[in-house]
Write a protein that binds this ligand. Structure first.
Ligand SMILES: [Zn+2]
Length: 349
């Protein structure tokens, strides 16, 4: 049978895979996460977790997905390392693979092998089993690079495909403001520190009309019942005075229609998604206010749109009403596929 489509050529084309290379420091030992292959080729041999890219998937999401499917590990920010494409490296055919690396915290993770992996294990780097494909070479290359470049725990490398999203760091959400989040101003310093690492910065702000639907004279401080806050062009809606607003930052207002609440800049028009895609962004780093509302919805929407979303834990604060609501939001984001990191882990090489 011949399948005719406008983009099908008559000659064979290469395939794309992604592999996740996860290091873990265990005392003085360095370990790498491996799986035992359950199928052809190299059945019964060890390999990096990885697999084929889906048609509509960003390659970094392939690495995240395969890592989770084959080992149960998730929530570790992955950074692109290198492509491997030597002809003959994969017996299934000409295959190009993108290697994404990350560093696990010492105490995690409980492994569970699933999908097409028969087993999963942390293996000492100085005592590796026999490996499939060109994975021995890949681990060797990555190890050399890791030992040279990664210092002081800074293992998340920021590059041109990354964007920082600074959410609603406005006076009304900071101490003294109309809808103050406890310690809301504490997000300013870590955000200012990492801004210089990013080529792409997006800053959102609540930009309400005076008769916005969420406003109440007897606010309950929950969704749909807030005090008057962030009315467009007022002091309360201005960015915190200490927040750096770089010239290259793209600033946008949200929830500017009286009848509509918006906790995220990803709206139905697809404008924000398009702006990110036009810049080649595949990872978004999210910080600002508040964890249990605009941070949560921005993160969940970014994930839905196919981006990797990394929440900067030291650069967010929550409304936290009732108490525990902010932690609940963090758990929701993790379950949806978000990663957590602190700004101190970010570096630009
Ligand atoms: Zn609002």
């Amino acid at each position: 049978m011949t399948i005719k489509t406008s983009y099908t050529y008559k000659y064979p084309r290469p395939m794309a895979t992604a592999d996740a290379l996860i290091f873990r420091e265990a005392g003085k030992e360095l370990e790498v996460l491996l799986i035992k292959r359950g199928h052809f080729p190299f059945k019964g041999k060890w390999a990096l977790p990885g697999g084929y890219m889906d048609m509509d998937e960003r390659l970094i999401k392939t690495a995240e997905r395969e890592l989770f499917e084959e080992t149960g590990v998730h929530g570790i920010p992955l950074t692109f390392f290198r492509m491997y494409e030597t002809p003959g490296r994969d017996p299934r055919g000409r295959t190009i693979t993108g290697i994404y690396f990350g560093v696990a915290k010492p105490d995690n993770y409980e492994l569970r092998s699933r999908d097409d992996a028969a087993d999963a294990a942390w293996c000492r780097i100085d005592n590796l089993p026999e490996l499939s494909f060109d994975h021995k070479l890949i681990i060797h290359d990555a190890l050399t690079w890791y030992q040279k470049k990664i210092q002081n725990g800074k293992s998340i490398i920021i590059g041109p495909g990354d964007a920082l999203i600074v959410v609603d760091v406005q006076n009304d959400f900071c101490p003294g403001g109309a809808l103050a989040v406890s310690d809301g101003d504490k997000v300013v310093s870590p955000l200012n520190t990492v801004m210089s690492l990013f080529d792409n910065i997006f800053m959102t702000r609540d930009w309400h009309p005076h008769n916005h639907c969420s406003f109440s004279t007897t606010p309950e401080y929950i969704d749909g019942s807030w005090p008057f806050h962030c009315v467009a062009d007022t002091d309360g809606a201005s960015f915190h005075p200490d927040l750096i607003v770089p010239k290259r930052a793209v600033i946008s207002g949200k929830a500017f229609l009286a009848e509509k609440e918006e906790y995220s800049d990803f709206d139905q028009t697809g404008r924000f998604r398009k702006a990110l895609l036009e810049r080649g962004i595949d990872r978004v780093f999210i910080g600002g206010l508040a964890t249990d509302y605009c941070i949560k919805f921005t993160t969940l929407d970014a994930l839905k749109e196919g981006f990797c979303a990394i929440v900067l834990t030291d650069a967010v604060r929550g409304v936290d009403i009732p108490p525990g609501n902010a932690q609940k939001a963090i758990n929701n984001m993790l379950e949806a596929g978000a990663c957590l990191a602190s700004t101190g882990e970010l570096i630009r090489l």
